[in-house]
Design a protein around this ligand. Structure first.
Ligand code: 5MM
Length: 330
């Protein structure tokens, strides 16, 4: 087994998963504002410290995805975040895409940018302690019209170029083609779109000769759209999610992680538990775990509200959710 494959597999250590803490400046600003928290570089640093400084997170976390600025920052203990995470056996990763922009061929859809200077940035991120990386593409469902196959393919091509480049510098790529929850669509439609998106992705990865063994896939679950008026049962979600994954994802990849995508923390926990159980019964060939941002952070942010005196209680809320999400893996 190569080092890269071993790194990729270590993200799936039993009972552990990934905290996505890679919100861009824009997303972090919006998220903090929604809890009445003023923002700026220092508040973003404290936001990261709230989670990374919580006691014993290494019991449940194999890795944390960082935004590039965080690679260079220190926690309240005076240590670089990357160093204190690595010392606790938590792999630091980094988001390397440059965000989305309208896709010129189909302006209601989004395309991810960031390939131009990618190589040089990767070399720097590696020097700064990153062990893995993430690239997010966004796939929007609108009835039977969107996504267009052009948008699916262009995003797949960029994910493949990203993966190839990342592997060439010796880092693990997490490929995240996120099929959005927003919309009126049915769960069946979400399942079909996830399957189409992943089929396109893995055929382009094969064309680009991307080494599957160190590839980690980050995917949405198959869920009814957030404006459909329907809340799926965990069993329904598990069945349709696994059906899409079994139809499209090669057995050779290192593993699959799930995003929470706007589900409540309880939904994201219950759905993960049902997926874990169903994966065993259908003999799914890959290890599975979580890579949540909102579902892990939400309850803690509501307690914290940016107040120093609330940090212990906010960390307690975070640890309680983290323990529930990890328990969903067993
Ligand atoms: C979809 O967002 C990813 C997973 O988060 P959820 O569990 O909340 O769905 C997350 O890793 C996302 O890619 C980062 O938060 C960065 O997002 P932006 O919008 O800042 O690029």
């Amino acid at each position: 087994m190569t080092d890269l494959v071993a790194h990729a597999r270590s993200l799936f250590a039993p009972g552990k998963g990934i905290l996505a803490a890679d919100e861009s400046v824009r997303t972090a600003t919006k998220r903090l504002a929604s809890y009445g928290i003023a923002t700026g570089p220092e508040m973003r640093r404290q936001y990261r410290d709230l989670f990374f400084g919580a006691e014993s997170i290494e019991k449940h976390l194999s890795g944390i995805i960082l935004f590039p600025e965080t690679l260079l920052e220190k926690g309240n203990d005076g240590q670089l975040f990357t160093a204190s995470l690595a010392a606790r056996g938590i792999a630091p990763g980094v988001k390397v895409d440059g965000g989305t922009e309208p896709f010129p061929e189909s302006p209601d859809e989004l395309i991810t940018q960031g390939l131009l200077d990618l190589h040089d940035r990767l070399v720097e991120y590696k020097k700064q302690g990153a062990l893995f990386t993430k690239w997010r593409a966004v796939i929007r469902i609108d009835g039977d019209t969107l996504p267009s196959s052009m948008a699916i393919h262009e995003n797949a091509k960029r994910l493949a170029s990203y993966a190839k480049e990342v592997q060439s510098v010796g880092l693990v790529p997490i490929l995240e083609p996120e099929v959005l929850l927003e919309g009126k669509h049915s769960r069946a439609r979400a399942r079909t779109v996830i399957e189409e998106t992943l089929n396109a992705l893995f055929s382009v990865l094969a064309e680009h000769a991307v080494d599957r063994a160190s590839v980690v896939l980050k995917t949405a679950m198959a869920l009814s759209g957030s404006e459909s008026g329907r809340v799926d049962t965990p069993e329904e979600v598990a069945e349709d999610t696994l059906a899409a994954l079994m139809a499209a994802v090669p057995s050779q990849i290192a593993g699959i992680v799930f995003l929470s995508g706007g589900q409540t923390p309880d939904q994201a926990t219950a759905n993960l538990a049902a997926i874990t159980k169903h994966a065993r019964s259908v003999g799914a060939p890959w290890p599975l775990t979580f890579s949540y941002a909102r579902a892990l952070q939400e309850e803690s942010l509501a307690v914290w509200k940016g107040k120093e005196e609330q940090v212990p209680a906010a960390r307690e809320a975070f640890l309680a959710r983290l323990a529930k999400v990890s328990a969903a893996l067993t």
